[in-house]
Design a binder for this molecule. Structure first.
Ligand code: PHE
Length: 336
């Protein structure tokens, strides 16, 4: 009899089923009114006295094993039922929303400002040919100014390269459209430069181009002044003579940032002035290259690095941060 109980115990411990009917049969077989447990209990009185203690212990162990097995199976069963009853049409748990990259935030802001005065956005390829990136922009082969924009070549002769500026988009646009032209070309550009806290081989630019009859340098200055007032809340600018092959005259644009804080002193090197972009009147040679009548039309162009503007606006000290995808940095722009 004692051995029989041992066997039953093993059977109970090994029993498993996910089937409700099978579990119910198991319950009836062991715990039912005429079940095994009751049957064994019924035999207790016939057991010789000296075996009663051991018999009692064994039968109790068996009873507990049956009970805990039934609870386990029931629990497993209920969680299964919950799973089945789950409403599959219920919306999911909210996924964590990403944040816009500061480069895009500022790019969009700049686009908004120029859109409000009639500029449209034009797009172009990042992989360019020599004509659109250099030659059409009055940067012929062997021109020393090409050194200012050393790039990555994918193929040579004919040259295929990663664009060094988004001026290439302006050439493409002018080839397809006649004035009046008023476009912005934002995008990623590439230069063969050492990576440091101030420079990177990949960065972003936004350039502007306006071609029409009687466009003058005064129009350029007024537009830039409007822009700096909108973006920085600073309306004092100065245009310093400079050189770009595709504009004549050319200038660097400085904004008067002021000297109101220690940071102002630091970032302007004590002058109050900050350089933010390059600009100029489109060189007639460029217009001729894209078959626009340079006697009838004139225009201006400007171009800036977006990273630089972001670093200014948010007082960030290292350009490499834009490319590291560190969430601790990116999440700080959540609420902007
Ligand atoms: N394309 C120039 C650069 O990348 C910027 C620029 C654009 C300057 C338009 C003047 C006019 O350096």
């Amino acid at each position: 009899m004692l051995e029989k109980i041992d066997e039953l115990l093993i059977e109970v411990q090994n029993f498993t089923s996910a089937n409700k009917d099978e579990i119910e049969q198991f319950r009836i077989r062991f715990s039912g009114k005429k079940g095994i447990l009751n049957e064994i209990f019924g035999k207790f009185k016939d057991v010789p006295n000296e075996q009663k203690k051991e018999f009692g212990q064994k039968i109790n162990t068996l009873k507990q094993a049956v009970e805990s097995k039934l609870t386990d199976l029931k629990n497993a069963g209920t969680s299964q039922i919950i799973q089945i009853k789950e409403d599959l049409t219920r919306p999911g748990f909210p996924a964590e929303l990403g944040t816009r990259h500061p480069i895009n935030l500022v790019k969009n802001r700049i686009i908004e400002i120029f859109k409000s005065i009639g500029f449209a956005v034009a797009d172009g390829p990042e992989i360019e040919d020599d004509w659109h990136n250099f030659t059409a922009l009055n940067l012929p082969e062997y021109h020393p100014a090409r050194d200012m924009q050393d790039t990555f070549f994918l193929e040579t002769d004919p040259d295929i390269l990663l664009r060094t500026h988004t001026s290439s988009v302006q050439i493409r646009y002018m080839e397809e459209n006649q004035p009046p032209i008023r476009i912005l070309s934002p995008g990623r550009v590439f230069r063969n430069e050492a990576i440091s806290s101030r420079s990177h081989c990949i960065f972003h630019q936004i350039e502007g181009l306006y071609i029409d009859e009687n466009v003058s340098f005064a129009d350029l200055k007024q537009t830039l002044q409007f822009f700096t007032t909108e973006l920085f809340g600073k309306s004092k600018i100065r245009l310093r003579p400079s050189y770009f092959p595709f504009t004549e005259p050319s200038a660097e644009v400085d904004v008067y940032w002021g000297l109101n804080s220690e940071t102002d002193y630091r970032i302007t090197k004590g002058t109050g002035w900050l350089e933010i972009m390059g600009c100029g009147m489109v060189d007639p040679a460029v217009l001729q290259n894209v078959n626009i009548d340079a006697d009838k039309y004139s225009g201006y162009a400007f171009g800036m690095g977006i990273e630089r503007i972001v670093m200014l606006l948010y007082q960030m000290g290292d350009i490499r941060m834009f490319f590291e995808n560190d969430k601790r940095m990116l999440q700080q722009f959540k609420s902007l």
